[in-house]
Design a protein around this ligand. Structure first.
Ligand code: ADP
Ligand code: MG
Length: 504
């Protein structure tokens, strides 16, 4: 290795303060010893932890008897499930998917009873492939669109994991499962799902910014099994030593792409320093961008990945998508026309880009005496919960929302999605459109596009074409204009590029 020459400035003159004569015993950093100490410290930190049990899977004879062709056909027919083993070196065998609930939970009658109670017919594609993997104790990355049952995909194996550990709850001394979710709404939704399937008296708690901090702390310190939290608030409790994370053996990073978008990476990093490294980790995401890959690499060990469908997922294909190219100042009038033509049973979510626009539109409706609710990050937590509840129960049939507040919202009977502002990117468009057409229903999406959205025109055309939707000519023209603009820009850049000086 080349020796770094400390103590010289750019001019090559030796700086006075660290001249050898002024600093005779220059301290030498012993990196090897530091590394060794760190490893020792790590080992000490995780010494004396109770053992973890991770593999609970008993493959049913029906699942085991599926032929390779059957498995492949089944995956293809279930929204094109793609699996891979990301373990380096020799690949493991990806387990066959489970076609029925019984195939995976027959030894867990309480879980089966819960599923019967809610009346689900069969596992969703992500569940059918994720369950046999997670139940074997393998880390999993689940990529599937919102509304495809990812919550139960990780909750059910989590319940089994929690209640099948070699040590008792008391010996554990803290929560056994942690779910990190990007927003309060999503955390609350996961909690609701948890409560719906309560299993063997498992206790859960939801921890989020804006909620009752003292109440949350009381419950955390009194001992729960599952903590569902937004990273910000959990990190806050962690820093104040209100919560013991060492007992966690099953970790979920839910909607990882969204958590990154919201800038939670540093908090996640800090939280995970205190979670034992030999835990099991499940990560879900609706998209698979670089950031999420990086997260997976840092925090999952030899995971398998299950990827369901592509951008043009099932939900989007059951939605009729209309795109209207319009001038910014005409948007309000068009929306008014749309709202006026709503039928009594219709339920619409209006997506806007800014909190301010959400307030603005909501107050416009209010002035006209039209009942409406709004959802965005600047509203108080209780108002947001109320808004969602009103919309779910149908007290209001119009919800104005920003992407931040609405991601993953699970309201079944939305008939229309109205994109007042085009979203930041095409993935978000797909998510928004997926808010309707859920659970086998059909839905309609109306999207306003203005000149300033020209960057996304070509991607939008692609989505529309894939889903056999009408592509407006104005949109095609817009995409072409953008392409020309880019080419022109490139040429100009080339012309203006300064001649490079020859390097020394
Ligand atoms: P995601 O996390 O993928 O966005 P959710 O887990 O919120 O989706 O699930 C969306 C809805 O589908 C929830 O209301 C959930 O109860 C329901 N659901 C989950 N699993 C099934 C299933 N196997 N069959 C029918 N509905 C299901
Ligand atoms: Mg979810």
């Amino acid at each position: 290795m080349k020796q770094q020459h400390f103590g010289t400035n750019s001019a090559g003159k030796i700086l006075d303060i660290i001249k050898p004569e002024n600093n005779p015993k220059k301290p030498v950093i012993n990196w090897a010893s530091l590394r060794e100490n760190k490893a020792k410290y790590e080992a000490m930190k995780w010494a004396d932890l109770p053992p973890i049990e991770k593999n609970f899977y008993k493959e049913s004879s029906r699942t085991a008897s599926m032929s390779q062709e059957e498995v492949e056909l089944w995956r293809k027919e279930n929204n094109n499930i793609i699996c891979d083993d990301l373990k380096e070196g020799e690949k493991r065998c990806i387990p066959n998917p489970v076609c029925k609930f019984e195939d995976v939970f027959e030894h867990y009658p309480d879980i089966m009873a819960n599923i019967r109670k809610v009346g689900f017919q069969k596992p969703t594609p992500i569940q059918s492939q994720a369950w046999p993997i997670i139940l074997q104790g393998i880390d999993l990355i689940g990529i599937a669109q919102t509304g495809t049952g990812k919550t139960l995909a990780y909750l059910m194996p989590g319940f089994i994991h929690l209640t099948s550990q070699p040590i008792s709850k008391d010996q554990r001394g803290g929560p056994g499962m942690l779910v990190l979710a990007p927003t309060r709404e999503l955390a609350l939704q996961v909690e609701a799902e948890c409560l719906k399937y309560t299993y063997k008296g498992i206790k859960s708690i939801c921890i989020y910014g804006g909620g009752d901090r003292k109440g949350q702390i009381d419950v955390v310190t009194k001992g729960v099994d599952i903590v569902i939290a937004t990273p910000g608030r959990l990190n806050d409790l962690q820093m104040n030593n209100f919560i013991n994370l060492k007992s966690i053996t099953y970790l979920v990073l839910d909607e990882a792409d969204r958590m990154l978008d919201m800038g939670f990476e540093p908090q996640i990093m800090k939280i995970l320093i205190d979670v034992r490294p030999d835990r099991q980790t499940v990560m879900t995401s609706a998209t698979w961008p670089d950031g999420v890959r990086r997260l997976a690499k840092s925090y999952l060990k030899n995971p398998m990945i299950v990827y369901v469908g592509t951008l043009d997922l099932a939900a989007v294909n059951t939605v009729e998508q209309r795109v209207i190219v319009i001038a910014e100042e005409e948007k309000k009038a068009f929306m008014q026309y749309f709202i006026d033509s709503m039928k009594p049973k219709d339920k619409v979510i209006i997506f806007v880009g800014k909190k301010l626009t959400a307030d603005d539109l909501a107050s416009d409706f209010g002035l006209q005496g039209i009942p409406v609710q709004s959802l965005h990050g600047n509203r108080e937590q209780c108002d947001r919960e109320q808004a969602l509840d009103d919309f779910k129960k149908g007290k209001v049939r119009i919800l104005v929302a920003t992407d931040l507040a609405s991601r993953g919202l699970d309201v079944h009977d939305i008939t229309h999605v109205f994109n007042f502002d085009f979203p930041r990117n095409i993935e978000e468009y797909v998510h928004r459109v997926g808010r309707t057409g859920r659970a086998g229903r059909t839905g309609e999406a109306v999207t306003l596009v203005t000149k300033s959205d020209w960057r996304v025109a070509s991607e939008l055309i692609e989505i529309l074409e894939r889903a056999n939707q009408v592509v407006p000519n104005e949109l095609i023209a817009m995409a072409e204009r953008y392409k020309e603009f880019q080419i022109r820009k490139e040429i100009e850049k080339d012309i203006r590029r300064p001649q490079r000086k020859p390097s020394k």
